[in-house]
Design a binder for this molecule. Structure first.
Ligand SMILES: [Zn+2]
Length: 300
């Protein structure tokens, strides 16, 4: 069983052991005001799906959860969620195991997306990969030597909070000139508004760039330049063989990806630049669910 809790939706899904989706249920996250209500909803959804697919609880390996915030994956504790109030040091693993009578594995959504792309998606066959999600926030998960690299407090991968300048905009994290303050969705939209003198969606910006609009191309080229600058540091430090980029902004297409590759080729050290390949994420919006399912299989 895989569960993906996002700021907008709660998804609960049942996979077979080949990671084929059997059933998925989607709920609005906002209806879960307390953790008790959320735990009940997950429990009911799981029982309901097992019931009408004729699957007994003994046939289930476990439940993997992808969560939008810092998690102690080992102890199964949610430290907090930046965008969902009311969660602080919640022993969610323990609470859910009691309610579901199944082993439960927690991780943050960026780690699970990375795990999914590594096992089944664009990073398949690589050993040293970073998977980046571009959205309102910019997150990342790092697979190093074939395993998720977690760091001391399960907090690796925060590429969105790498400064790309010494001076620049203040970031919500307390830092200055973080990558996210240049290429978070809102920041791209604000930059485009300046160039176009009107509100313009990122979807429209992508369409315009594909048609050759020079202003739209400039926006994506600058996004690629900023992201590329951060990635030069990342590949020089880590000597990765694969970079996977997903999230809505990854739909910007060729202009963005070409620019990123160009910056890495020009600015990273030769060996590191030659070793790394850049791909678009392949698994789409269910990557988090797949990663949660995989985490049950891997028991981490
Ligand atoms: Zn930051």
């Amino acid at each position: 069983v895989a569960v993906d809790l996002g700021g907008t939706n709660l998804k609960v899904a049942l996979f077979n052991l080949k990671y084929k989706l059997i059933e998925k249920q989607v709920f609005n996250t906002r209806q879960f005001r307390t953790k008790g209500v959320l735990i009940k909803a997950i429990t009911n959804s799981v029982r309901n799906m097992l019931g009408h697919n004729g699957i007994g609880i003994r046939q289930v390996l476990g439940v993997g959860l992808g969560l939008p915030g810092p998690i102690d994956a080992q102890k199964g504790i949610v430290h907090f969620f930046p965008n969902i109030p009311g969660w602080k040091e919640v022993p969610l693993k323990q609470l859910l195991e009691k309610s579901l009578c199944l082993p439960v594995f927690l991780d943050n959504d960026a780690n699970l997306m990375a795990l999914a792309e590594y096992e089944l998606g664009a990073a398949r066959g690589s050993r040293f990969a970073i998977c980046i999600t571009l959205g309102t926030g910019v997150g990342g998960g790092l697979v190093f030597g074939g395993n998720l690299s977690r760091g001391k407090s399960n907090a690796t991968g925060e590429i969105g909070h790498m400064p790309i300048n010494e001076e620049g905009p203040r970031c919500n994290c307390g830092g200055t000139a973080c990558l996210e303050t240049y290429i978070g969705n809102d920041r791209i939209a604000a930059y485009a508004r300046k160039l176009f003198k009107r509100d313009i969606s990122l979807e429209e910006l992508s369409r315009l760039a594909k048609r050759g609009d020079t202003r739209a191309i400039k926006v994506w080229s600058d996004v690629g330049r900023h992201l590329g600058a951060a990635l030069v540091s990342v590949v020089n430090l880590l000597n990765l063989d694969c970079i996977v980029i997903g999230g809505g902004v990854a739909n910007a297409g060729k202009v963005l990806f070409e620019r990123i590759k160009e910056v890495i080729a020009q600015q990273a050290m030769r060996v590191q630049a030659e070793d790394v390949r850049v791909f678009r994420a392949r698994l789409g919006s269910d990557a988090g669910l797949l990663g949660a399912a995989i985490s049950v299989r891997r028991k981490n």
